[in-house]
Design a protein around this ligand. Structure first.
Ligand SMILES: NC(=O)c1ccc[n+]([C@@H]2O[C@H](COP(=O)([O-])OP(=O)(O)OC[C@H]3O[C@@H](n4cnc5c(N)ncnc54)[C@H](OP(=O)(O)O)[C@@H]3O)[C@@H](O)[C@H]2O)c1
Length: 342
């Protein structure tokens, strides 16, 4: 049996102006009337659902009656998450897929369309972060290539594959999990934030082209969240939101379909970067000097041609968790193909 819970009606501190009058009106009546979430009965694909923010989001979507589809590489973790969702009464399927593999993404799209006809909601959450200064990056072009592969090219390919059916049915919503860093532009995150900014910009433009067909995009500019991605970074210990609270914001973005969902700090940073760019450069140069590269980032200088998957040493920078590396290397051998759980 599937749990059906009415959407919470509390207004987000950061999004009401961007949510649109339809979403605000729905919230005003949904709670008092006990109406189900707009996600109820809808097919919601969540990538990167094997841990962290994606796992929590998948569980939140299932709890309001969404038919959730989990995607990531680690089949055993997807099976665990799916089992927990089922045990809570949710409806779930999963597919193991490496979202840096173009053929695997195309196969995933074909499978999803065959199974569901149309995907109603897509959450592009799978991603990786790298924090490393340019001074340590001159021989590390692969840092830039691999962040683009998973944070930009993979989500774009998946979105392009699912978009025609959304446009055809004149309904669809894509939520991208990006970062407040696209607004703040923090030093040492050039590879990571450039890839997230690319996805952010792609979606703003795509949303303009599909607006008339009721297919919409939200960029969720997430701040620090305690997940396996951030766990190895000592400076982040005890700081940041929980995956569950991030998931509540993402659920809100799915239901209300705002253009962006920002933090106050992200918005202030964005405005300051526009209004006083030189002053911000000077400020951030100071921060950059205050917070040097980690020992792990300094210790790992991989050859430019290194394969990021077979070169775990090259990943051991803050936010590039040893855990993530270990999991990368233990990804199922068939991770370039999709595997479906009935
Ligand atoms: N945590 C933060 O502070 C923070 C802040 C801003 C933005 N974000 C963004 O939030 C998203 C989720 O991150 P998280 O913090 O929850 O970290 P996480 O727990 O490490 O989750 C990353 C997810 O991405 C999946 N993934 C990575 N590479 C993949 C690939 N090639 N193919 C398919 N799936 C892949 C991983 O699954 P498998 O290993 O099983 O493939 C995992 O489920 C990321 O896009 C991240 O950039 C996080």
């Amino acid at each position: 049996m599937r749990a059906v819970v009415a959407a919470p009606i509390t207004l987000s501190r950061t999004t009401p102006l961007l949510a649109g009058p339809r979403a605000l009106a729905r919230r005003a009546v949904a709670g008092p009337l006990g109406l189900p979430s707009p996600l109820h009965g809808r097919v919601v694909v969540v990538t990167g659902a094997s841990s962290g923010i994606g796992e929590a989001t998948a569980k939140a979507v299932a709890a309001v009656g969404g038919r959730v589809v989990l995607v990531a590489r680690r089949a055993e973790e997807l099976e665990r998450v799916a089992g927990e969702i089922e045990a809570a009464g949710g409806e779930v399927t999963w597919h193991a897929c490496d979202l840096t593999d173009a053929e695997a993404i195309d196969a995933l799209v074909a499978t999803l369309l065959a199974e569901h006809g149309t995907v109603d909601y897509l959450v592009n959450n799978a991603g990786r972060s790298i924090r490393r200064s340019l001074a340590l990056s001159t021989d590390r072009m692969h840092d830039f290539e691999r962040t683009m592969a998973i944070n930009y090219l993979g989500p774009v390919r998946l979105t392009l594959g699912l978009l025609p059916a959304m446009r055809e049915q004149r309904f669809g919503h894509v939520v991208n999990i990006v970062s407040w860093g696209v607004q703040i532009k923090a030093p040492k995150f050039s590879a990571y934030l450039a890839s997230k900014t690319a996805l952010d910009t792609f979606s703003r433009i795509a949303g303009r082209e599909t607006f008339g067909e009721n297919v919409t995009f939200t960029n969720v500019r997430v701040s620090l969240v305690q997940t396996p991605m951030t766990a190895p970074t000592e400076a982040y210990a005890g700081r940041g939101a929980t995956p569950e609270s991030a998931a509540r914001r993402i659920l809100r973005a799915l239901e209300d379909r705002p253009i962006t969902q920002d933090t106050l700090a992200g918005r202030v940073g964005e405005i300051a970067n526009l209004a006083a760019p030189r002053l911000m450069d000077a400020l951030f140069a100071g921060f950059d000097a205050l917070f040097p590269d980690s020992a792990a980032a300094k210790a790992t200088v991989a050859p430019a041609t290194a394969d990021p998957v077979s070169d775990p040493a090259g990943e051991a920078a803050p936010q590039e968790s040893a855990t993530a590396w270990a999991s990368l290397n233990s990804a199922p051998a068939g991770s370039s193909s999709t595997a479906n759980r009935p």
